[in-house]
Design a protein around this ligand. Structure first.
Ligand SMILES: Cc1cc2nc3c(=O)[nH]c(=O)nc-3n(C[C@H](O)[C@H](O)[C@H](O)COP(=O)(O)OP(=O)(O)OC[C@H]3O[C@@H](n4cnc5c(N)ncnc54)[C@H](O)[C@@H]3O)c2cc1C
Length: 402
């Protein structure tokens, strides 16, 4: 048992825990962060393909799944502008890319993690790495025990353990177990922001990118997909996965892929095109509209005769091909597993959390933040934004109630 009684111990030196630690220490709280990995913020380093898409200029509740009341309360206390100013104040130059995605200007995630770590240490918070918290005993004082048998004491505790996504860089179920032992209900976590496994075989398109609209039950998302050996990936597929992961429990999920996302009226578009290019063979007819490999797959799939001009094809086959371009039917049978999922749905049930403060309603003095909660965002910087926001808000309340 250590002699020091900390004001607050934060479990997890990830996005949420680090920001929370800095704010607690800046507010005068004696703060300790316990991190199981040998270095803090490992997950931050892999975000945004190593470039860290840390927030989004369009942050709004519509980009999240989960308790709307809690999300709205968090975003109204920690908006995009607050977030941007916060990281600029840490000395980080930021740049905005397409769809409001915000990255550090250096193009490296270390440009976010290093200044954040420095700011945590400069604030006076301590970080101990290689310390896996295994037990939290509640009372007037929290006794927090780690796997190597050490016990630390604090007046307050924050669970910022993240989710079990990406176990290869430290994702773990540990936070769910600690929260459950503290009286919380855990909504079973499922992978999200993960590739879509399709029943249909698209392996001959593997590696090909396309701008599409994906339409399905509760899904209407536009953006890029990338075909893979198992099905598809890419931002639009990842965003669809947030809804699909919730419906897959009831069976396979049918989708339609529209390869003409910006064409308002596909039948009129093709009618016009046929007038101009009726003498072309199918492959040439689709040139400039579809990627060559996608056109070839369509031609085989719909039985168009490769060496005949469009005007000599069977009308039913032509109509069916045009309909398929605007609504190609596919069936999702699964999402790719945890080691490819960027986030988790499920986690600590949010109606057991005070949505203005992130304090537990089951265990007074305990706070729960970040991806450990049953909130998940679309791809585009929304998950990190929520992790920072919840860590910030929890810290503000910890400082206020000092
Ligand atoms: C490949 C990949 C790319 C991503 N890209 C983006 C992106 O570009 N933009 C975006 O917004 N989001 C992105 N995300 C999601 C984002 O990284 C997470 O939502 C965010 O890191 C969650 O923050 P957190 O603090 O809740 O958890 P984490 O950042 O995961 O931190 C939790 C910390 O707690 C530690 N811990 C867990 N249990 C214990 C324990 N028992 N004792 C001690 N320590 C413990 C962990 O080791 C970890 O360091 C990406 C995720 C992945 C996997």
């Amino acid at each position: 048992m250590q002699n020091t009684i900390y004001d607050v111990i934060i479990v997890g030196a990830g996005a949420s825990g680090l920001l929370c630690a800095r704010e607690c220490a800046r507010g005068g709280l004696r703060t300790l962060v316990l991190e199981k990995e040998q270095t803090p913020g490992r997950k931050i380093l892999v975000t945004g393909n190593g470039r860290c898409n840390l927030t989004n200029a369009r942050v709004a509740p519509a980009f999240y799944h989960g308790d709307n009341k809690l999300i709205s309360a968090a975003l109204s206390q920690f908006s995009y502008e607050t977030c941007r100013t916060y990281f600029e104040d840490l000395g980080i130059l930021l740049t905005e890319e397409e769809q409001g995605r915000i990255f550090p200007q250096t193009g490296k995630a270390t440009a976010v993690l290093e200044p954040l770590k420095l700011a945590v240490l400069e604030s006076g918070a301590e970080i101990l790495t290689g310390q896996t918290v295994t037990k939290i005993k509640h009372g007037k004082i929290f006794n927090i025990t780690t796997a190597n048998g050490q016990t630390f004491q604090a007046r307050r505790a924050v669970l910022a353990c993240g989710s079990c996504a990406y176990p290869q860089i430290g994702g773990t179920s540990s936070g769910y177990e600690l929260a459950q032992k503290s009286g919380h209900t855990i909504i079973p976590p499922r992978p999200t922001l993960s590739g879509l496994v399709l029943k249909e075989n698209f392996s001959r398109l593997s590696g090909i990118r396309a701008q599409v609209k994906i339409i399905g039950p509760g899904i209407q998302t536009q953006g890029e997909i990338i075909f893979t050996g198992y099905g598809m990936n890419g931002p639009a597929a990842l965003n669809a996965s947030g809804v699909i992961t919730r419906t897959l429990a009831n069976g396979n999920v049918p989708l339609h892929i529209n390869f003409l996302p910006d064409v308002q009226n596909a039948p009129a578009f093709f009618k016009e095109r046929l007038k101009r290019f009726a003498d072309r063979r199918p492959k040439d007819f689709f040139a400039g509209v579809l990627h060559e490999s996608i056109a070839n797959l369509l031609i085989d799939f719909k039985g168009l005769r490769k060496n005949k001009p469009m005007k000599e094809q069977f009308p039913a086959a032509v109509k069916s091909a045009f309909d398929t371009v605007a609504a190609w039917p596919v069936t999702v049978t699964a999402l790719r597993p945890w080691n490819e999922a960027m986030a988790a749905t499920g986690g600590v049930k949010t109606d057991e959390i005070n949505y203005n403060t992130f304090e537990s309603l089951c265990c007074p003095g305990l706070y729960v933040t970040g991806e450990l909660l049953d909130i998940d965002g679309q791809s585009g910087g929304f998950n990190l934004h929520f992790a920072w926001a919840s860590g910030f808000i929890a810290a503000q309340n910890l400082v206020k109630e000092k």
